[in-house]
Design a protein around this ligand. Structure first.
Ligand SMILES: [Zn+2]
Length: 218
């Protein structure tokens, strides 16, 4: 009898164990959704470049690059006039900035929601901008990095571009933790608009001002 009870308990444990495998605990599934959101953020960033490449009639190509030993990829294209080059180079950040605005605006604060996908997307936006800003401040990384393409086409120091990219990332992080702040959304939006408006400076440069090099962007 005791042996039968032990067998029954073992069978139950096996069944509940199998059940747990079929319906995974919320933790890994939350992590997967978070990573899915981050991957969506990366895809949206690259789609921003590709969409403007196509809009300006250049054919984007993917090639491998190396960032301090980390293999990565870049979307390259033929040289463009400075104004168009600035828009293509900044398109990834523009998409990040716009989607962060969408993720942080309206309704219940994101931090109070069980929304791992959205949180993963926002985390990608913030961390990618911070990483790019770091590369811009150090002026390091692949020669084709977005911040360098922006700096060269607008003829400004790359560290200013780094500041324009970092400011919304810091402010949007602050907004995530302090969703009721009145000033942070507007400070963030001002920095985002300033980044877009720099295209005016690039567009006013001579069309051949950009070095005649293929300009891929990671
Ligand atoms: Zn990019």
């Amino acid at each position: 009898m005791r042996r039968a009870l032990a067998a029954l308990l073992a069978a139950l444990a096996a069944v509940t164990g199998a059940g747990a495998e079929e319906a995974p605990s919320p933790r890994p599934s939350r992590l997967l959704r978070f990573l899915g959101g981050a991957a969506t953020g990366l895809g949206a960033h690259e789609m921003g470049h590709v969409t403007l490449d196509l809009a300006f009639g250049t054919s984007p190509r993917v090639r491998g690059v190396d960032f301090h030993g980390i293999p990565f990829f870049a979307v390259s294209h033929e040289p463009l006039p400075p104004g168009e080059e600035y828009l293509v180079s900044s398109a990834g950040f523009a998409v990040q900035n716009a989607t962060s605005e969408w993720l942080l605006s309206g309704g219940r604060p994101l931090r109070e929601q069980a929304a791992p996908y959205k949180k993963g997307w926002l985390a990608f936006n913030v961390m990618a901008s911070a990483a790019y800003a770091g590369a811009a401040f150090a002026r390091t990384g692949p020669a084709e990095r977005d911040t360098r393409g922006m700096a060269e086409s607008a003829a400004v120091d790359e560290r200013w571009i780094g500041a324009l990219v970092l400011a919304p990332a810091l402010l949007d992080s602050y907004r995530y933790f302090r969703p009721r702040s009145k000033w942070a959304p507007w400070a963030s939006r001002a920095a985002k608009v300033a980044m877009v408006l720099l295209v005016v400076r690039a567009a006013n440069r001579p069309p051949d001002a950009r070095p005649a090099a293929v300009t891929p962007r990671p």
